[in-house]
Design a protein around this ligand. Structure first.
Ligand code: HDD
Length: 704
């Protein structure tokens, strides 16, 4: 039995603490036990009372009734019963990490925001990625927009940049947000589908909302099935304002650009990954940070003035439009590095509360009607979700700079102000008097004039719904265009009501005739009469390479994962050299074997596989190698999971490296005898050269 060993000094110190100033946190200080794994603390109740028995409830006799008196049981069960809080109404499933933002190019001429003033200065950040529609327990590879929310703990307060991995949005006015989300989530009568837009309600709604068409192009593109959070861009979406020390304001759009390059998976992979590893994205972020391969994004800004805004064919306040980088280049001003996983998922990732209204001096809002509505929603939702107005007292939400105000009381008040005065003005002064405003450097809204008739109206410039949808589509590579058409066919094939399919289809000729044709063919339908456009399409918009994923891939295979299929008798030297070169190239290697236990190599040595073949399907990897012996090839040829492993890798156009002995097994798995440019024998290519080829990520020319 464990024995009490020492009593730390901390309790004495705590005893001296004034009431209301907790000196200790759970897990700190107190008596300890010696155990095989090291010293552990003595278990106590939440009141700090040591617990003698955590196995049995208090009973009257061994077979007698449980007693109400058992305060340890009652407290434990009461707390467990209340463990759940409401999940986020959208973006419920998310994953976050800590890191820092470093200013690379200070911009005091544009903004007085403190974090952008000094080159090299680092600001702590907390960044949460999410899917939108699914519940907290849904799978990571849903076809969905990804949230990209960053909390900057600046020296002048917290700034939340609550963005997505797509630079535009479905709707223009926040009034329609509840409708959009109702339509996208599970249908209310049946409670399914989960984390899917492939159902009638969603397509019914968007087909009746032509303003969604640009976003639909993005959501049906591979942007909605990213390979990893690390390989996606982020966008602030709205036009915001920068304000400098002189009060001069300019418009700004925010961009996050991953240093790792962009990458997505294919839809067939996404479906299979969801089964094989529903936590694929969160595991990827966790693994990368834990292994010291810290993901990094550059923060870029597109800054423009009224003159540009007036000349732009669309309204800069319309969140369904973007400003192409060709029109206003993105200026890189800093970088974000995520270098620390959370200590506790609930305390940090679940309890973090982002609010678009959290801005700092130097950053301000525009009249974008979506943004204005968001500024109400986020604060409001946190009160319900986190249980009261004091959610800023939770450490993950509290500013890291000094803060002073007269807000007090309410549920879970942890930071009630000190002193006598809890109102302002007061005549107390000093410590008793509390804080005062700072007219010189406190936050001041940009002074703008507004006139117009009070009415429920939208600017005429918001009425063009197809021009940028077309620009996006035409900016894609052929492979990406095909994926968009296939995604539309997949989703609409799940729609049961023909009229909805038809209505959606009627928007596509307004975007592109070939796209409309491909989707109509995929559905076995005729192209209907095109929907009537509210405003004529602006043709001839320049295509933008920045909008394509494949044109913005990585320049190396670093940070990607190679799945290596091994068998008994596999060439030991070959495996070692591949692992060595992979390490040099920053490539992660996972060994996949017939079992996770020992696999005996050609020289009699043994390795342990990371995955058994059916637990580590090839969809989990970016490229594959088959270092298998003749005997291994024969065995694998009789295993369904092994044949699927290579057949999928081939179908997903992955780069493949193999031994001569593996070749017959490939044919048994249904692969053609003739190799294409994405398949290599180990005798023909050195590992380093193979990794160079893999930087292209996929061999798209393969007809699979
Ligand atoms: Fe939102 C959460 C991003 C429109 C209302 N939103 C939420 C999160 C992200 C976004 C990333 C998750 C934050 C986290 O990780 O905790 N939302 C966006 C973007 C939008 C957008 C980029 C369009 C440009 N959202 C939007 C509108 C409304 C909301 C128009 C309502 C008027 N969003 C919410 C919310 C959520 C939220 C209901 C749910 C949970 C939360 O806020 O904290 O308030």
């Amino acid at each position: 039995m464990a024995k009490a060993k020492t009593r730390s000094k901390t309790p004495a110190k705590a005893a001296q603490a004034t009431a209301g100033e907790p000196q200790m946190r759970i897990g700190e200080g107190g008596e300890t036990h010696q155990t095989a794994g090291g010293d552990v603390a003595v278990m106590t109740t939440a009141q700090g009372v040591p617990v003698s028995d955590d196995q049995n409830t208090l009973r009257q006799g061994a077979r007698g009734p449980a007693l109400m008196e058992d305060f340890h049981f009652r407290e434990k069960m009461f707390h467990f019963d209340h463990e759940r809080i409401p999940e986020r109404v959208v973006h419920a499933r998310g994953y976050a990490a800590h890191g820092y933002f470093e200013t690379l190019d200070p911009i005091p001429d544009l903004t007085r925001a403190d974090l952008f003033q000094r080159k090299g200065e680092k600001t702590p950040v907390f960044c949460r990625f999410s899917t939108v529609a699914g519940n907290k327990g849904s799978a990571d590879l849903a076809r969905d927009v990804r949230g990209f929310a960053v909390k900057f703990y600046t020296q002048e307060g917290n700034w939340d940049l609550v963005g997505n991995n797509i630079p535009v949005f479905f709707i223009q006015d926040a009034m329609k947000f509840p409708d959009l989300i109702h339509a996208a989530k599970a249908e209310p009568d049946r409670g399914f589908p989960q984390a899917q837009t492939a159902h009638d309600n969603f397509w019914d709604f968007v087909s009746l909302m032509p303003e969604a068409m640009h976003m639909i192009m993005w959501a049906m593109s591979d942007r909605a099935i990213p390979r990893s959070f690390r390989f996606m861009e982020g966008f602030g979406v709205h036009t915001f304002r920068f304000v400098n020390a002189e009060g001069k304001s300019s418009y700004v759009k925010f961009h996050w650009k991953p240093k790792q390059g962009l990458q997505s998976v294919t839809w067939d992979e996404a479906l299979k990954i969801n089964g094989a590893d529903p936590d694929f994205h969160r595991r990827d972020l966790w693994d990368a940070i834990q292994s010291g391969d810290y993901p990094e994004w550059e923060l870029g800004v597109q800054v423009f003035d009224d003159e540009f805004a007036d000349s732009f064919p669309f309204d800069i306040l319309d969140a369904t439009k973007l400003i192409p980088e060709e029109d206003v280049p993105v200026r890189i001003i800093g970088r974000m590095v995520l270098d620390r996983v959370v200590d506790n998922f609930f305390a940090e990732t679940e309890q973090v509360a982002f609010c678009t209204q959290n801005v700092v001096p130097g950053i301000d809002f525009t009249n974008d009607p979506l943004l204005q509505g968001r500024n109400f929603s986020y604060l409001d939702t946190q009160i319900k979700r986190l249980g009261g107005p004091n959610f800023t007292h939770i450490p993950i939400n509290a500013p890291k700079c000094p803060f002073h105000h007269f807000q007090q009381d309410g549920h879970m008040a942890m930071h009630n102000p000190k002193g006598r005065a809890n109102y302002e003005p007061n005549s107390w002064g000093g410590e008793q008097g509390g804080p005062r405003e700072a007219p010189e450097h406190g936050f001041q809204s940009v002074q703008t004039e507004a006139d117009g008739v009070k009415d429920r109206v939208r600017s005429e410039l918001f009425a063009d719904h197809y021009s940028q949808a077309r620009q996006f589509y035409l900016s894609q590579t052929e492979v990406e265009q095909t994926h968009i058409a296939e995604a539309l066919v997949f989703e609409l094939s799940k729609v049961e009501t023909n009229a909805i399919r038809e209505r959606l289809l009627s928007h596509l000729p307004n975007i592109d005739d070939d796209l409309a044709q491909a989707v109509a063919e995929g559905l076995g339908m005729d192209i209907p009469v095109p929907a009537k456009a509210a405003r004529e399409r602006v043709d001839g918009l320049v295509t933008s390479d920045a909008l394509s994923i494949l044109k913005n891939g990585p320049d190396s295979f670093a940070g990607r994962k190679l799945g290596v299929l091994i068998s008994d008798g596999a060439d030991a030297k070959l495996l070692q050299s591949l692992q060595k070169e992979a390490e040099k190239a920053g490539v992660i290697v996972a060994l996949v074997g017939p079992r996770v236990g020992k696999v005996t190599l050609s020289d009699g040595s043994s390795v342990e596989a990371d995955e058994k073949i059916d637990g580590g399907p090839s969809v989990l990897f970016d490229a594959v190698a088959m270092l298998i012996s003749e005997e291994g090839a024969q065995k694998f040829a009789g295993m369904h999971a092994a044949k699927t492993w290579v057949a999928d890798a081939f179908a997903h156009r992955k780069f493949m490296l193999l031994t001569d002995e593996a070749a017959p097994f490939l044919q048994k798995a249904g692969l053609p005898e003739e190799f294409d440019g994405g398949m290599f024998y180990v005798r023909d290519i050195k590992p380093a050269a193979f990794f160079k080829e893999c930087a292209a990520l996929r061999f798209w020319d393969r007809a699979a």
